[in-house]
Every structure is written in structure tokens, then in C-alpha cells.
Design a binder for this molecule. Structure first.
Ligand code: B12
Length: 217
């Protein structure tokens, strides 16, 4: 059983790397029907696939249109999988989280997965989307009285926007009011320390653990 799952994950990775949308969609539908663990499907299958596409792009094997196509196929698969991940998430909220990708950065896939996963674990999640100014994220957090602010950045140039969130909170004397968590491929624990944020997570499963522990849930 487990071995066959490993084969499915590999097929999903390959479908993204080969930009084979038909197979990618077929495998996503099959995973839903077979009641596979869909978070593993997302992380070990499709997310691993798009990261591999990124590596090929970095190596000069793939060009930007291929990267964009891979991301589009991944997004289409997520659109199929996400409603099933959210099933059963109704009920009492464990806390409120606002999540966004910072201004200047359009990478949205990882942020969406984290938001979806938190929702699936009973948190109320407001996903503001990508390319969102720091001020807007903070204003929203205040308005909705959230517990956690999650900020994604995939570019080394946009990471500074994550720090800006903390600076705005400091200026407004609100640092103790929210927990701020960071994420995205370039984010490290030393960056989190430098920003004075409350934590970071390398994937959506760890993001849930992090939020749970920060809110003592
Ligand atoms: C897909 C992709 C794109 C897609 C994005 C589509 C979309 N709608 O998101 C497209 C093609 C549009 C794109 C564009 C660009 N990209 Co791009 N892209 C990628 C790629 C290959 C994968 C990103 C991804 O989706 N990964 C899969 C998800 C699941 O993983 P993830 O994002 O890391 O998220 C996980 C964790 O980080 C964490 N997490 C994420 N967010 C958060 C938030 C919180 C709060 C928490 C707790 C956790 C968390 O959990 C997530 C789930 O596991 C990366 C390579 C890479 N290795 O990251 C390059 C990469 C990020 N891109 C890069 C670049 C340079 C660009 C462009 C500038 C290219 C160009 N010349 O135009 C533009 C950027 C435009 C802009 N202004 O933003 C570089 C960045 C280099 C750098 N160091 O700054 C990378 C690293 C590629 C590379 N190796 O050079 N890209």
C-alpha cells in the first residue's frame, strides 16, 4: 500500500516535470477517489514536482514559459484537491489567521497550501492573496482581530517586506497583540530572528504545528 503511494507521488512529480496536464489531473482525481492523504499528495507529489521544475529552470534546462506552465498545472490540480482538503473543517474555530504573500511577490502556491492546511485543521483563515502591501496586511489583522499574521516571500528581494510587518507593528505598539510567522523558500531561522518574528515553517504541516504551539492549541 505504502509502496504504491510512493509510486503515485513519483508519477505526480513526473507529470508536473513533464508538463503533462492530462496525467496530472487524472492522478489528482484518482487520489481523491482512492481517499489518499491529500496533504501528502500536495506536498510529496505536486509541490515536489514544481520545485523540480524550478531546479531545471535554474539549471537552464527549462525557460520561463515552462516554469509558468508547470505552475499553472500545479494550480489546476490544487483547485481540484483543495475543496476535499477543507471537508470536515467546519465547527469551532481554533483561532484566526491572516495570510498573504508580500508586496512585489506574485508567488502564491505555497501560501495557498499553508492557508488551506490551517483551515483543514480548524483555524479561520483569511487569505489576502499575493503582492499585498505590509500596511494592508496589518490593517486587515487589526480589523478582523486575528491571532496570527502569516507572511510569505519567495524572492530574496521581497523578504524585506516581512520585516516591514514587524516594524509597522512596533511603530503602532501592537507587537504583543499578534504572532507573526514567516515562510517561503528563502526564509531561515536566522532571518526570523533578525526580523524578531515568532517563527517560520518549511512546509504546511509544520506551519500547522507552529500555529498550534504559538496559540497553545
Ligand atoms: C512556481 C514558481 C513561479 C511561478 C509562480 C506561480 C504562482 N502562482 O505562485 C511563476 C512562473 C509566476 C514565477 C515567477 C517568478 N519567479 Co519563481 N519560482 C517558482 C518556483 C519554481 C516554485 C515556487 C513554488 O510554488 N513552490 C512550491 C510551494 C509548495 O513551495 P513554497 O512556495 O516554498 O511554499 C512552502 C514553504 O515555503 C512554506 N511556506 C510558504 N509560504 C509560507 C508562509 C507562511 C506564513 C509559512 C509559515 C510557511 C510558508 O510552506 C509551503 C508549503 O509547503 C520557485 C523555486 C523554488 N524552489 O521555490 C521559483 C523562484 C521562487 N522564482 C524565482 C524567480 C526569480 C521568479 C521571477 C522573478 C522570474 C522572472 N524573471 O520573471 C518571477 C517573480 C515575479 C514576482 N514579482 O513575484 C526564484 C527566486 C530567486 C530569489 N532568490 O529571489 C526561484 C527561487 C527560482 C530560482 N531557483 O531561481 N515563479
Amino acid at each position: 500500500m505504502l509502496l504504491s503511494h510512493e509510486k503515485s507521488y513519483k508519477d505526480m512529480v513526473d507529470s508536473i516535470v513533464n508538463l503533462d496536464e492530462e496525467t496530472a489531473i487524472e492522478l489528482a482525481n484518482k487520489a481523491i477517489n482512492d481517499k489518499m492523504n491529500l496533504m501528502d499528495v500536495v506536498e510529496k507529489g505536486y509541490a515536489a514536482g514544481i520545485r523540480k521544475v524550478g531546479e531545471l529552470w535554474e539549471e537552464g534546462e527549462y525557460f520561463l514559459p515552462e516554469l509558468m506552465r508547470g505552475a499553472q498545472i500545479m494550480q489546476n490540480c490544487l483547485d481540484l484537491l483543495i475543496p476535499h482538503l477543507q471537508e470536515g473543517s467546519e465547527g469551532i474555530s481554533r483561532g484566526k489567521v491572516v495570510i498573504a504573500t508580500i508586496e512585489g511577490d506574485i508567488h502564491s502556491i505555497g501560501k495557498t497550501i499553508v492557508g488551506t492546511m490551517l483551515r483543514a485543521y480548524g483555524f479561520t483563515v483569511f487569505d489576502l492573496g499575493a503582492d499585498i502591501p505590509a500596511e494592508k496586511i496589518v490593517d486587515f489583522a487589526i480589523e478582523k482581530e486575528v491571532d496570527v499574521i502569516g507572511v510569505s516571500a519567495l524572492l530574496t528581494t521581497t523578504m524585506f517586506g516581512q520585516k516591514k510587518i514587524i516594524e509597522i507593528l512596533k511603530e503602532r505598539n501592537l507587537l504583543n497583540r499578534f504572532k507573526v510567522i514567516l515562510g517561503g523558500a528563502p526564509v531561515t531561522s536566522s532571518w526570523v530572528k533578525e526580523c524578531n518574528a515568532d517563527g517560520f515553517a518549511e512546509n504546511a504541516i509544520d506551519a500547522v504545528k507552529l500555529v498550534k504551539s504559538l496559540l497553545n492549541k
